[in-house]
Ligand binder design. Structure first.
Ligand SMILES: [Zn+2]
Ligand SMILES: [Zn+2]
Length: 344
């Protein structure tokens, strides 16, 4: 079978490997149909992901069809059976450490992310634990099923920010993550303000339901948010810009009793005065990967609350994987999601 592998930073190749075999009774073998290229895959390609170990089959966003099940897997295992269409939750956690006992396996002490710490989904077949495979409707196109993982990232941000109906939510950054966070906040009943530097991204966000857009190049985001909210500020601010200043601005612009959700792995310390956190009694939290968000997003799709058509920018066959990475790398502003189609 064909695999897409980053051999060492900067060296991305299509290679051949034997089809993997089911190892434990709880495993399933999946024929992968589509793989999404994420910003973090580009970082892995360039050697800029501190967690990545090489050589690595990339891909943490993937969907496919179950072709074989382990002996302990039956339809009681989340409806998993041969022929089921599934999207894969790409994290493996221990279930025993403090974070796991809190129900937060996404920050497990020994967390392993497929495509980062262990091999990922850019291979024609992959074996994963059945618990990591979530059944999606057969009628859902593969191009849309593969988007579920990125939407779980937005769902996690909305969940961590405890977004409630009627809240003003500021999403900083209208890239893929910002868009998914915006849509999840909308489903929760919030009024969403989204900011970005790129007019096309803002126009797209508006077309997908953003209530207000702010071009951060032309307008002062903090002032504009205060104007929109009658001086209150945003009740929840989700920082998907992820630089020193965006964290500082998020603390500044968020209302009393509000929540700041950080998605950044930025290492430069931000300057935040404790008084600004205390006087408004802000909750500041990180949002990493996701916990238990796959069923939530799939449920929204089943209920027709989350239209996904038009989100994918381009689809490349695996033979053109290197070109696909190059396209994502060079067209950052125009790309929402580029997919790799695996052979039928
Ligand atoms: Zn991703
Ligand atoms: Zn753990």
């Amino acid at each position: 079978m064909k695999i897409g592998i980053v051999e060492t930073p900067g060296v991305l190749k299509i290679a051949d490997r034997d089809v993997p075999k089911i190892k434990t009774p709880d495993d399933v073998l999946i024929k992968v149909k589509r793989v999404g290229i994420c910003g973090s895959d580009i970082h892995i390609f360039h050697g800029k992901n501190p967690f990545a170990v090489y050589p690595r089959v990339w891909g943490h966003e993937f969907a496919g069809e179950v072709v074989e099940t382990g002996s302990a897997v039956d339809e009681g295992t989340g409806g998993i059976k041969k022929g089921a269409h599934v999207v894969v939750e790409p994290i493996i956690y221990c279930g025993k450490c403090y974070a796991c006992r809190q129900g937060r396996g996404n920050v497990c002490e020994t967390l392993k992310v497929m495509g980062v710490h262990i091999d990922g989904g850019c291979q024609e077949y992959i074996v994963v634990p059945a618990a990591n495979a979530h059944v999606v409707p057969d009628s859902l196109p593969w191009e849309e099923a593969v988007l579920i993982e990125p939407f779980t990232i937005g769902a996690q941000a909305s969940y961590r920010g405890n977004v409630q109906s009627g809240d003003f939510v500021l999403v900083m950054g209208a890239g893929t993550i910002g868009l998914t966070a915006m849509q999840m906040a909308k489903i929760a009943g919030a009024k969403v303000i989204i900011s970005d530097l790129v007019p096309e991204k803002l126009a797209y966000a508006k077309s997908r339901g953003a209530d207000y857009t702010i071009n951060a190049k032309e307008e002062n985001v903090i002032e504009k948010v205060r104007e929109i909210t009658g001086g209150m500020g945003s009740n929840v601010t989700i920082d998907a810009v992820c630089i020193k200043k965006s964290f500082e601005d998020a603390v500044e612009v968020t209302s009393a009793a509000g929540r700041v959700v950080e998605l950044s792995f930025y290492e430069t310390p931000s300057e935040i005065a404790a008084v600004n956190v205390v006087k408004k009694e802000l909750t500041i939290c990180g949002s990493r990967l996701q916990t238990k968000r796959f069923p939530v997003v799939i449920d929204h799709i089943r209920q027709g609350k989350l239209p996904l058509a038009g989100f994918v920018t381009k689809v490349y066959p695996i033979a053109e994987m290197v070109e696909a990475f190059d396209y994502v790398d060079k067209n950052n502003a125009a790309v929402r999601k580029v997919l790799i189609a695996m052979p039928d």
